[in-house]
Unconditional design. Structure first.
Length: 76
């Protein structure tokens, strides 16, 4: 899966709980998917290994992973 330099250089270093496998899982089996006005796509998934918290993964329109973080405000 393709990733942006921002994701590789900033997100993976700043957020040690994020890895490519969790991001791919979130994209392939999301609880919710939403397209932003700028064409980016947001995906949410509940991750058991992170204490049943919700991970949000943001991809560019072409599917390249750009950002990922725990979304404390996500409501199912």
């Amino acid at each position: 899966m393709k990733t942006t330099p921002y994701f590789r250089e900033k997100i993976l270093q700043k957020r040690p709980y994020v890895n490519i496998e969790l991001c791919v899982h979130t994209i392939q089996d999301p609880l919710k998917k939403e397209t932003q006005p700028d064409g980016r796509i947001r995906y949410w998934a509940k991750i058991e290994s992170l204490g049943n918290r919700h991970l949000r993964v943001v991809t560019l329109a072409d599917g390249t992973i750009h950002n990922a973080f725990l979304d404390r405000n996500f409501k199912v």
